[in-house]
Design a protein around this ligand. Structure first.
Ligand code: TYD
Length: 142
């Protein structure tokens, strides 16, 4: 199965009450991996495109805990899909080896990114051409 087919929207448990909203994301339960790292992106202008990389080892879940953004994923073989993140209790799961662009950030967007791995710049592929080559090679190697 191509990894792009593993990309999916996730819905998290909501335990809000009259005091306000509460959304729960537990590693290994609501998130399909153990969480090693969290970072968040905010203050990006509407015309900014972030991401623009693939990861050899890291899986991610992206959640717009405030505001909205979009995530485009590509498999390096001509297939792509777009996911709209606009609710604090939904996220998108991104497996390894998919190209991702994050864009169309609303002014109030806070994009929480949960990752299965600690940061390692060497597992980032930041050239689309290199990504396509690695996908080709992985397909050949089976
Ligand atoms: P970058 O990966 O370009 O951000 P995005 O995916 O949102 O477009 O990261 C920007 C800078 O921050 C880059 O110099 C690497 C650094 N960085 C870390 O040191 N640790 C991290 O966990 C992340 C995500 C980035």
């Amino acid at each position: 199965m191509h990894n792009i087919n593993k990309v999916k929207m996730l819905e998290f448990p909501q335990r809000g009450d009259e005091r306000g909203h509460l959304v729960i994301v537990e590693g290994g339960i609501d998130i399909p991996f153990n969480i090693a790292r969290a970072f968040y992106i905010y203050g990006s202008d509407a015309d900014v495109v972030r991401g623009q990389h693939a990861n050899r080892n890291s899986e991610f879940v992206l959640i717009n805990v405030a505001g909205k953004s979009k995530v485009k994923v590509k498999d390096g073989e001509g297939n792509e899909a777009i996911f709209c993140l606009n609710r604090p209790h939904t996220g998108v799961y991104l497996p390894t080896m998919v190209w991702k662009d994050m864009y169309d950030f609303s002014e109030d967007s806070v994009l929480l990114c949960l990752s299965s791995e600690h940061y390692d710049p060497n597992e980032y592929i930041r050239s689309y051409e290199e990504f396509v080559e690695e996908i080709k090679k992985n397909n050949q190697d089976g």
